[in-house]
Design a binder for this molecule. Structure first.
Ligand code: PFF
Length: 466
């Protein structure tokens, strides 16, 4: 057993601590804000018909995402180890069982699988920096910009190369450690990204199709909503907030004792949601202005934003900066995806951080080729949810993260005693009561209900009953 008991009886982390409350908020925001907000949210919303999906997504963020995030941080801070060790330790300490460590293990696996395809898409953004800087999109028509995208993702060597470069960059930061690596990478990226999204928004407002974009995003048509769309909204809420897999738990392990978990979570959730909504508001008017399809899938952002940049004055500059920032955002998220696996290798197998980062990085890089090939050589190989990429995405976002979130909420709400959680959350008032109600009932039952409906189990039971 590791001896890292601090003098006041509380544990301290082996990997160092955040230098301030702001540093923690920045790091969690850096993990949350990423491709999920700007690449994934618009295309998933588009595929699921807009309005009603967005409403369900917002409800999931507030009533499930927020309490699960608070649970993850408080568990992380109490355990102060990697997610597997923390859940094992707290499970025993709270008089339940060490088997809770399995929740941490599932998170480690989910992080590895998510990063395997996340890195591939992040590689696309790297390629788009070069395309932007060399003026590839200037004055481009929708057909030309679409052909650029198709030509790029259709060539597995280019996609494989940019995936490789992105993984190398990620391993580099993770190897350098918590304070030196993570904090510096995040400090400027989020504010800068916000400014650029506002520039795009102004362009969109002037496109003449802003009203149509807003209507698509906010006019709910519940007829279009299937249980699978509801599950997609739930999965997106988990994915975008980086919760359900222990990444935030790992970050919570480095959080100083006095920081307010509720305040930090609220800040992160608001920033993350604002950026996703901004991305939608910037992108959908452009989709309609150019006669594109909102349900077009993973290429949506890459087919719309370059069109806008191509027509703007100073477009080369804005476009290059935008894709640089998006790559940065992806980078700070990728770090969070690797953190649970790396922290585990360091603590459990006594590896140096650098060694652990390289080992985990190589594994993820290799698995990533399944997704690299999903857009070209193996594009026609489809099973269950679609291509290999589609399946890895569905399995992780729609099943593993919600399941992880459910178990984390149950752990914080039912297994940990009231005193432990109120001690961490530092409040006994209405905020604590609301959190506890959400963590004990609303989040677990909500997730369970959506999961069961999406796999058709409730329908099946109903049909048996009638
Ligand atoms: N939240 C990130 C995004 O929206 O791009 C993705 C992510 C990062 C998920 C880190 C999970 C995680 F641990």
């Amino acid at each position: 057993m590791l001896s890292n008991q601090a003098g006041d009886g509380k544990r301290s982390s082996l990997h160092g601590h955040w230098s301030s409350r702001m540093a923690f908020i920045l790091a969690v925001t850096g993990s949350a804000v990423g491709l999920g907000n700007i690449w994934k949210f618009p295309y998933i919303a588009g595929q699921n018909g807009g309005g009603a999906f967005v409403l369900v997504y917002l409800a999931c963020v507030i009533f499930i995402g927020m309490p699960v995030m608070m649970s993850e941080i408080l568990i992380g801070r109490r355990g102060r180890r990697n997610p597997i060790a923390t859940m094992t330790l707290l499970g025993k300490e709270e008089g339940s069982s060490g088997n809770w460590g399995w929740v941490g293990s599932m998170g480690v696996v989910a992080g590895i699988l998510i990063l395997s395809y996340y890195s591939v898409i992040a590689g696309w953004t790297l390629a788009y920096i070069v395309k932007s800087a060399t003026g590839a999109f200037v004055g481009g028509t929708p057909a030309e910009v679409g052909a650029q995208f198709g030509g790029f993702v259709g060539d597995w060597r280019q996609v494989g190369l940019t995936h490789t470069i992105f993984m190398a960059l990620t391993v580099f930061v993770v190897a350098r450690g918590v304070e030196r690596g993570l904090e510096q990478a995040v400090r400027f990226m989020v504010p800068a990204l916000l400014v650029l999204m506002l520039v795009l928004l102004v362009y969109s407002i002037n496109s003449g199709y802003f009203g149509q974009g807003v209507a698509f995003m906010f006019t709910p048509d519940f007829d279009k909503l299937t249980w699978n769309s509801v599950l997609a909204a739930l999965g997106q809420a988990f994915f975008t907030l980086s919760i359900g897999m222990g990444a935030i738990m790992a970050y919570g392990a480095y959080l100083p004792e006095e920081t307010s978990i509720t305040g930090a979570s609220a800040a992160v959730v608001s920033a993350d949601t604002a950026i996703a909504i901004l991305a939608g508001l910037a992108i959908f008017p452009l989709v309609f202005a150019n006669g594109l399809e909102p349900g077009d899938g993973p290429g949506l952002v890459f087919n719309t934003l370059p069109l806008a940049f191509g027509q703007m004055s100073g477009g080369i500059f804005f476009s290059t900066i935008f894709f640089v920032l998006l790559s940065f955002a992806a980078w700070t998220s990728a770090i969070g995806l690797m953190e649970p696996a790396v922290a585990w290798l360091v603590e459990k197998h006594n590896r140096s951080r650098a060694q652990a980062a390289v080992i985990v990085g190589l594994l993820i890089w290799a698995i990533g080729f399944g997704s690299v090939l999903s857009f070209n050589v193996l594009a026609d190989v489809k099973f269950l949810a679609g291509t290999i990429f589609d399946n890895v995405d569905y399995l992780t976002s729609n099943i593993m993260l919600p399941l992880g979130g459910l178990l984390i909420a149950v752990f914080a709400g039912w297994v940990m005693c009231r005193n432990s959680t109120s001690d961490e959350l530092g409040t006994a008032g209405n905020v604590f009561k609301t959190w506890r109600l959400l963590a004990r009932f609303v989040a677990p039952l909500g997730i369970l209900f959506v999961l069961l409906n999406a796999v058709g189990l409730l329908d099946w039971i109903r049909s048996l009953a009638s």
